[in-house]
Write a protein that binds this ligand. Structure first.
Ligand SMILES: NC(=O)c1ccc[n+]([C@@H]2O[C@H](COP(=O)([O-])OP(=O)(O)OC[C@H]3O[C@@H](n4cnc5c(N)ncnc54)[C@H](O)[C@@H]3O)[C@@H](O)[C@H]2O)c1
Length: 345
């Protein structure tokens, strides 16, 4: 079986990608420091796999490890790099991701995201593991660009989180340029991942106060928050609220699987892809979609616009559709329904 190491594999994205890969027969070694996740996710992943009857299932391993610790990382590669079964690829999801926190504590973001990636790439190079998928973000694009956003649109992040994501892309590009004949790399620029797997076990469950829209709405429905704040109601959009490209976590996971298969089957290259649906949904439309579901009502109030928000951010995903032969299939309603499965109302 092909072995893949997933950093941050117990987080929201990493755990869903892990399930996708295991179901397709890859062996997965998760490494995670548990800074924003817990070991319960391992049980959830195993429970999901037990529901899935197939001889193809891969094996799952877990190592608690901070990727900044290159000695431990090296030991992990030595341990799991079996002679006939080396670690073939790394999917690099580990990182911290709150825009607000990155503004108040930028050095932590440079430390975890940049030092962590530097350590990981050095150990990958040492062990001749040359296939990498990196969790990048739409937050690296400039605020002043036309929609839909293509991979060639201007890059100009406006916060420390986005700066670290762009810097990592540049670090990876430099590494690729040093030995383009060996590296197989993809930077996946996620738009707004949301939802959960179909069993409602692997939703977005941050340890600290949530900052993404869907976990905030879930906190409102769980009555941890009294209402949703919608920032601005006079943006130049159809209903005055911001428009974003929300992508179901299962579609995002399938994009990783398709990218991995593509990289392993094709010649060395670097591939930069937007991973979004190409469809925009306003914040008010998200609230209304929740409210269409029986017994669900999301109270909200309009608030002042936030500095740094843009009215519309929607992906052009043509390149991903053409290259990795992937197609996002789930709707905004699917995202809302699957999100709700993670809580008992
Ligand atoms: N979820 C989003 O909205 C979104 C959007 C764009 C990009 N991304 C990127 O995707 C990646 C995964 O996001 P997520 O939503 O799954 O976040 P998450 O916080 O749920 O998962 C990240 C995981 O990485 C682990 N981690 C953090 N620092 C680590 C370290 N130094 N060593 C080992 N493990 C570490 C955390 O414990 C957590 O389990 C992140 O890099 C994030 O920046 C996420």
């Amino acid at each position: 079986m092909t072995r893949v190491l997933i950093t941050g594999g117990l987080g929201f994205v990493g755990s869903n990608v892990t399930v996708s890969l295991l179901k397709s027969g890859y062996d997965v070694i998760i490494i995670d420091s548990l800074i924003n996740s817990s070991k319960k996710r391992l049980i959830d992943i195993n429970n999901i796999l037990n529901l899935f009857n197939s001889h193809k299932k891969g094996k799952l391993f877990f190592v608690k490890l901070d990727i900044r610790n290159s000695e431990d990382l090296n030991r992990t590669f030595l341990k799991y790099n079996e002679k006939d079964d080396p670690i073939k690829a790394v999917i690099h999801c580990a990182g911290i991701k709150s825009v607000e926190e990155s503004v108040s504590d930028p050095l932590s973001y440079w430390d975890v995201n940049i030092s962590g990636t530097l350590s990981l790439l050095s150990i990958m190079k040492l062990h001749k593991c040359h296939t990498l998928i990196f969790s990048s973000s739409a937050s690296i694009y400039s605020q002043n660009i036309n929609n839909p956003v293509t991979e060639k649109s201007l890059l100009k992040p406006i916060n420390p989180y986005g700066n670290t994501k762009l810097s990592i892309e540049l670090m990876i590009e430099d590494l690729n340029k040093s030995e383009p004949e060996v590296w197989r790399i993809s930077n996946l620029r996620y738009f707004n991942p949301a939802g959960s797997n179909l069993e409602g076990l692997l939703g977005e469950d941050p340890k600290t106060t949530p900052t993404n829209l869907f976990p905030i709405i879930l906190d409102v429905l769980k009555k941890k928050l009294d209402k949703l704040h919608i920032y601005g109601n006079n943006w130049p959009t159809k209903d005055g609220t911001c428009i974003r490209d929300f992508i179901h976590i299962l579609d995002l996971s399938e994009a990783h699987l398709a990218t991995l298969n593509f990289l392993l089957e094709n010649k060395p290259q670097i591939l930069i892809l937007n991973i979004g649906t190409g469809l925009g949904t306003s914040i008010l439309e998200v609230v209304n979609t929740f409210n269409e579901i029986d017994n669900v009502f999301v109270p909200f109030e309009f608030d002042k616009k936030r500095k740094g928000d843009v009215p519309i951010l929607v992906a052009c995903n043509d390149l991903a559709l053409d290259t990795i032969k992937w197609n996002p299939r789930r709707t905004i309603k699917d995202i809302c329904i699957d999100c709700l499965k993670t809580i008992k109302l």
